[in-house]
Design a binder for this molecule. Structure first.
Ligand SMILES: C[S@@+](CC[C@H](N)C(=O)[O-])C[C@H]1O[C@@H](n2cnc3c(N)ncnc32)[C@H](O)[C@@H]1O
Length: 289
C-alpha cells in the first residue's frame, strides 16, 4: 500500500472501455442514472476517490466490492452519495410554490380536520424542498386554525442515506437561507450559536423521511397523496423511464391531488386520470375526481 500523501498526488488511473460500460450499466439498472461520455471523468474521479479511501487498487476490484452481497449493499450506498447530484434550495422554483399556495388556499374550505393534507417530496435531497412544502402549508393554514401543524404531513424520500440524514438534522448554513424571505426564516428557524439555522421542532416533526429508490415505486406504500413534488430528479433518467415514474406517481395521488414536476423535465406526457394545470410557468397536473 502506498503512503497517503502519494495516493493523494497520484492522478486516477484511466478507466477502460469495458469497465466504463460495466459501471454505466450498473448505475442505470440500479438507480436509473444515465452516465454519458461527458460524465466519464466525473465517474472516474468519484470512483478513484472512494477506492483511495478503501485502498482498493483497480476498478474491477471495486466493482466487486459494490456488487458483492450485503457488504456490497453498504458500499453501494456510500458510492451513491458521491454520484448523485444533490443540488437544491429552499423554494427552488418560485412559480411552483406560488401555484401550491394558490392550490392549498382553494382547498381550505373542503379541508377535513380528520384528514390532514399529505405531501410527498420525491428526491428530496437535503430537505430544502420538503421543508419549503411544510412552510407553505403552515403559511396557508396559519390564519385558519390554531393547530396548523397538525393539519398536514410531509413525506420526504430519496435514494441517498446521506441526504436523508441531513433532512433529519434540519440544520443549514446561513448561505442556504440567503434567498429565503427573512420573515419566514425568523418564523420557522432558530439561529444557532455557530451561525447555522435549525428548523423549528414544530415544523421538523411534520416531515418524515424514508429511503426510496424511484425505480421501486411499485413497492412503495404511499397512497392518497394530496401533493407530490418531483423536481430535478427525472432529468437524470431516460425518457421512457421518466414516463413510467410519472405513471406510478399519478396512481399515488388522491382525487383532486396536485403533481408538480420540474419545467421541461418531461415533454408530451399525459395520463388519463390527470389534467394539466393551465399555467405556462409550471409543469403540474391535478387528478380528476
Ligand atoms: C438535484 S436533487 C433535487 C432535489 C429537489 N427535488 C429539488 O428540486 O431541489 C436530486 C435528488 O434525487 C435523488 N435521486 C437520484 N436518483 C434517485 C433515485 N433513483 N431514487 C430516488 N432518489 C434519487 C438524489 O439523491 C438527489 O437528492
Amino acid at each position: 500500500m502506498q503512503p497517503t500523501g502519494v495516493w493523494a498526488l497520484t492522478p486516477p488511473a484511466e478507466i477502460s472501455e469495458a469497465e466504463f460500460r460495466d459501471w454505466q450499466r450498473l448505475l442505470e439498472q440500479r438507480a436509473g442514472m444515465v452516465l454519458g461520455e461527458q460524465q466519464r471523468r466525473f465517474l472516474q474521479n468519484s470512483l478513484s476517490a472512494r477506492m483511495r479511501e478503501l485502498s482498493v487498487g483497480d476498478y474491477a476490484s471495486y466493482y466487486r466490492c459494490v456488487t458483492d452481497g450485503p457488504r456490497g449493499a453498504v458500499e453501494w450506498s456510500h458510492l451513491l452519495d458521491r454520484l448523485t447530484v444533490q443540488e437544491t434550495s429552499f423554494f427552488r422554483h418560485p412559480p411552483s410554490f406560488e401555484l401550491l399556495c394558490r392550490y392549498l388556499q382553494g382547498r381550505l374550505a373542503e379541508r377535513s380536520p380528520a384528514r390532514p393534507w399529505a405531501f410527498w417530496s420525491v428526491g428530496c435531497a437535503s430537505g430544502e424542498e420538503p421543508y419549503s412544502l411544510a412552510i407553505t402549508a403552515m403559511e396557508v393554514l396559519r390564519g385558519e386554525t390554531a393547530n396548523a401543524a397538525e393539519r398536514f404531513g410531509v413525506t420526504a424520500t430519496d435514494i441517498s442515506l446521506n441526504a436523508l440524514e441531513k433532512v433529519r438534522q434540519g440544520l443549514y448554513p446561513p448561505r442556504r437561507l440567503e434567498r429565503l424571505d427573512e420573515a419566514l426564516r425568523d418564523r420557522y428557524f432558530s439561529a444557532q450559536a455557530d451561525g447555522h439555522f435549525r428548523v423549528l421542532p414544530s415544523l421538523a416533526e411534520r416531515v418524515c423521511s424514508a429511503r426510496l429508490n424511484v425505480l421501486d415505486l411499485a413497492k412503495a406504500p404511499m397512497s392518497g397523496m394530496d401533493i407530490i413534488f418531483c423536481q430535478n430528479l427525472l432529468i437524470y433518467f431516460r425518457r421512457w423511464r421518466r414516463r413510467e415514474i410519472l405513471n406510478r406517481l399519478a396512481e399515488r395521488l388522491a382525487p383532486g391531488g396536485l403533481l408538480v414536476i420540474g419545467v421541461g423535465e418531461v415533454v408530451g406526457w399525459q395520463h388519463p386520470d390527470l389534467q394539466p394545470v393551465a399555467d405556462p410557468q409550471v409543469l403540474a397536473f391535478t387528478r380528476k375526481g
